[in-house]
Design a protein around this ligand. Structure first.
Ligand code: AMO
Length: 443
């Protein structure tokens, strides 16, 4: 064996370099995505990591003759001459005139769903049942390339703002968010819980790094089947110390979203174009207090029963209102009721009925919760007791407060929810690679 050099030679020419190789023989590797036989010639579309490349077979181009083992979904190395394509709109495209196809692997069966058309047309359940296959369709794939861009933007922006990326445990001694939607786990005879969020740990890391973020899975035992809840989702969290007040968190999120949208426009243009993504312009994001937003909803909507939180139709209404009133796709709602926020949330000293917290709505859907946390030990212990919690069970969490923590706050942003509304989906499962819901743990 040779020594490893650390260099993996490029054996497949990226489409972006075709332009510089017109008239030359190049090789690409990918899956045969689609074959259109036109009797005396054939279009063979090759699916590479990010592109569909049109290749043309004709006996006129070389001595190579198409063989029956060239079938859709086989992996192949296709060699040919780069030539400009004829396009209907006159746009600049290139294709390969095939001079050889080397088969690298042969599928054992024909895919159970059609994936070589512009989009997968089967119903959502079938799409999800065959996810390893349906994801190969370029439009399905593009959803998750965009999702990658969102995470990348979040990571890049926060790294530039001096945040440290961390990973916190997913097997926990307590549920961080309260409520009953927590998965219990038998841990060598002891009951432990799957993390509902990294909340308790990201706070613990503020006195260590001052600013931290995490992108990772969290688990919610949602007992109902809705279009916006998953049992496992990716939470993009950050937590920062030495804040002046909770608007610092909202400003930081505004910056992160501006950065993400810009990154999608510039570096994810092929997917943005393919999915016709309506990227929101974010100059500033308007804010409204919960109490005022509620009053507005009560005036305009009927049959609202929950006075302490928003129902989905209220969020949808507020989304439209923000668009009409401020031309904004986003709306911060602040000062949620103390009764509805978790134990770690700081109450407003001027009105303890409400908290120094916020949600961010995006096109009428909550995508973020956040706010200022309690940093004082006695205040946190008192609040726990008031809520019927036993502070002794949170001894390790309370080390944060006991041994000194700066004023701090943070947020959690649901990756699938943001993707869902960015791409205009009605169901969060379309924006989830392998969704986990009450009825689904496979594939
Ligand atoms: P919260 O519980 O509001 O806050 O969650 C934050 C964001 O996570 C997303 N989300 C979900 N997405 C899909 N399926 C679910 N079941 C689901 N539940 C929540 C939403 C939501 O806005 N620790 C706090 C955040 C913080 O204050 O830092 C928390 O987890 O987009």
């Amino acid at each position: 064996m040779q020594d490893m050099t650390g260099v993996v030679p490029v054996t497949s020419m990226p489409y972006s370099q075709f332009k510089e190789h017109v008239g030359e023989q190049v090789a690409i590797k990918g899956a045969i995505h689609n074959i259109r036989d036109m009797s005396d010639f054939a279009f063979i579309i090759v699916r590479t990591a990010r592109e569909l490349i049109q290749c043309v077979y004709s006996p006129e181009f070389s001595d190579y003759r198409l063989t029956p083992d060239v079938v859709e979904q086989c992996s192949a190395k296709v060699t040919g001459k780069v030539v400009p394509s004829e396009t209907r709109d006159g746009s600049e495209r290139y294709e390969l005139q095939i001079s050889d196809i080397e088969i690298l692997s042969t599928p054992a069966a024909i895919p159970p769903v059609v994936i070589s058309k512009k989009q997968v047309t089967c119903d959502l359940a079938t799409n999800l049942d065959y996810r390893p296959v349906t994801l190969r369709n370029p439009k399905e794939r593009a959803i998750f390339k965009i999702q990658e861009g969102i995470q990348r933007g979040f990571r890049e922006f926060l790294t530039k703002q001096n945040f440290t990326e961390v990973h916190t445990p997913k097997i926990n001694f307590a549920g961080a968010e309260g409520g009953t939607n927590v998965f219990k786990l038998d841990y060598f005879g002891k009951t432990v819980y799957l993390a509902q969020s990294p909340q308790l740990y990201k706070q613990a890391l503020v006195p260590v790094f001052e600013r931290v973020f995490e992108i990772g899975p969290v688990f919610r035992a949602e007992h109902h089947d809705t279009s916006r809840h998953l049992n496992e989702y990716i939470s993009m969290d950050f937590e920062m110390g030495f804040i002046e007040d909770f608007t610092d968190i909202m400003n930081m999120e505004t910056g992160a979203l501006q950065y993400i949208m810009n990154l999608l426009k510039t570096e994810y243009a092929p997917e943005v174009e393919l999915l016709k993504v309506d990227i929101p312009e974010i100059k500033t994001i308007p804010c409204v207090k919960f109490k005022d937003a509620k009053a507005l909803c009560m005036k305009k909507l009927k049959n609202i029963t929950d006075m302490k939180d928003f129902e989905p139709e209220e969020e949808a209404f507020l989304g439209k209102w923000a668009k009409q009133q401020f031309g904004s796709d986003f709306l911060f709602v602040t000062h949620y009721l103390s009764a509805k926020r978790p134990f770690y949330t700081m109450d407003d000293p001027e009105d303890p009925e409400v908290t120094l917290s916020f949600d961010l709505l995006f096109r009428g859907l909550e995508i973020t919760s956040g706010g200022q946390r309690i940093h004082d030990y006695n205040m946190q212990v008192e609040k726990m007791k008031k809520l019927g919690m036993n502070p002794d069970e949170f001894e390790t969490y309370l080390m944060l407060h006991k041994y000194g923590a700066p004023p701090h706050g943070g947020l959690g942003l649901g990756l699938e929810r943001l993707t869902m509304h960015l791409l205009g989906f009605k169901n969060v499962r379309y924006a989830t690679m392998f969704p986990r819901d009450i009825n689904r743990v496979t594939p």
